[in-house]
Design a protein around this ligand. Structure first.
Ligand code: UT7
Length: 336
């Protein structure tokens, strides 16, 4: 059986910076509340007409990742695209990437696992490489949240948190004769809590004529709903569980973690997990301060930046962990 390794990483965020003070001009919120409760200082938002979309941002990140992997588009055997904010309800973003990048008629798979999307996608890609079916897989996590948020005081508990951006990784068959690469992945779900963090419309739960009928009413559920405290409480438990699961599966302990890249949900959640595993500050990477929560894009953006800053070296044990809507959660243990 083969093993897989990440051979290239890339990220892209829109130029438009939206600070907490910017938001406080349109929403009843303030910099102190946002920073204290989430750690976020600013995030990026697409500007209407700037040419960006979920797929476009994904392509921008992907181009960098493929170049850094020393590959060309023709070397890619499969696209896996993770997002909760696809350009179109259907078809998914993967086929748009295939088209925009002028790729051959390779398969394109969409993953709908929200904040855990990148870890799920990595796990799926890893299986295809292990069996020998594919050699190079492009994995993208990309989100355009800003165009779908309630930018009024009513939506403030959700809208101040999310940002736009994309990250990408090329997963390749590991040609190195050492024990590096993806060591294991661990995935979970608990659909009983699907409606604690969800978007109701558009959907086929609300039939289209029903949506049209509701259109002239105030209360159209087009904006995401989140039971913040409930999600928070579940997140801290599941993050710890799934990191432990990954460590145990590889006979590792917390002391072996060189870099933890948690999904950037809330700085307080990351700090809680850091404390639980007694990790020094330089062993946990956080950039939620600059980008907010970019859902499926958050781990690949953070992983790319950590790697660019030289914080991940060959042989390091890197742990990715995510939790989010679904609920879904997962981890990946990597020896770099
Ligand atoms: O990535 C997917 C997974 N998502 C998460 O993991 C998110 C998990 N949850 C959270 O991060 C936190 O629950 C939030 C950051 C969303 C909210 O923080 P919180 O400490 O749980 O606040 P809260 O919802 O309990 O609200 C506390 C107060 C309320 O006012 P009252 O009722 O105490 O008067 C809210 O109305 O803060 C108010 N509030 C705000 N005030 C200023 C809510 N949002 C805002 C805001 N600015 N943006």
């Amino acid at each position: 059986m083969y093993t897989s390794r990440i051979s290239g990483l890339g990220s892209y965020v829109p130029e438009n910076v939206v600070t907490n003070d910017d938001l406080s001009k349109i929403i009843d919120t303030n910099d102190a509340w946002i920073q204290e409760r989430t750690g976020i200082k600013e995030r990026r938002h697409i500007k209407k007409g700037d040419g960006n979309s979920t797929s476009v941002m994904g392509v921008k990140a992907a181009k960098i990742a493929i170049e850094r992997a020393n590959l060309t588009n023709d070397d890619i055997d499969l696209i896996i695209f993770a997002t909760l904010s696809p350009d179109l309800y259907f078809p998914g973003g993967g086929v748009r990437v295939q088209d925009m990048m002028g790729m051959k008629t390779i398969p394109a798979l969409d993953v709908r696992n929200q904040c855990s999307g990148f870890v799920y996608a990595l796990s799926v890609g890893d299986q295809f490489i292990k069996t020998g079916m594919y050699k190079n897989i492009l994995i993208i996590g990309s989100e355009h949240h800003s165009g779908g948020l309630d930018m009024t005081t009513r939506g403030r508990a959700v809208s101040v948190i999310f940002g736009d951006g994309a990250g990408a990784a090329v997963l390749s068959r590991n040609e190195k004769e050492d024990n590096s690469g993806i060591l294991s992945t661990h995935l979970h779900s608990e659909g009983a809590h699907a409606k604690e963090l969800f978007l109701e419309a558009p959907s086929m739960d609300l039939w289209v004529p029903e949506i049209i009928e509701k259109n002239d009413q105030e209360d159209i559920p087009y904006y995401p709903y989140m039971n913040g405290q409930f999600v928070f409480k579940n997140a801290v438990v599941r993050f710890s569980e799934v990191i432990n699961e990954g460590l145990q599966a590889n006979n590792l302990s917390a002391g072996n973690i060189d870099m933890l890249i948690p999904h950037q949900a809330n700085l307080r959640i990351s700090q809680f997990v850091q404390k639980q595993f007694k990790l020094a500050d330089d062993r946990v990477y956080n950039n939620i301060q600059q980008y907010g929560n970019t859902t499926a894009a958050s781990i690949p953006i953070a992983l790319t930046e950590a790697w660019e800053e030289g914080k991940i070296k060959d042989g390091d044990i890197v742990v990715l962990a995510a939790f989010g809507s679904g609920f879904t959660w997962g981890s990946a243990i990597i020896r770099w």
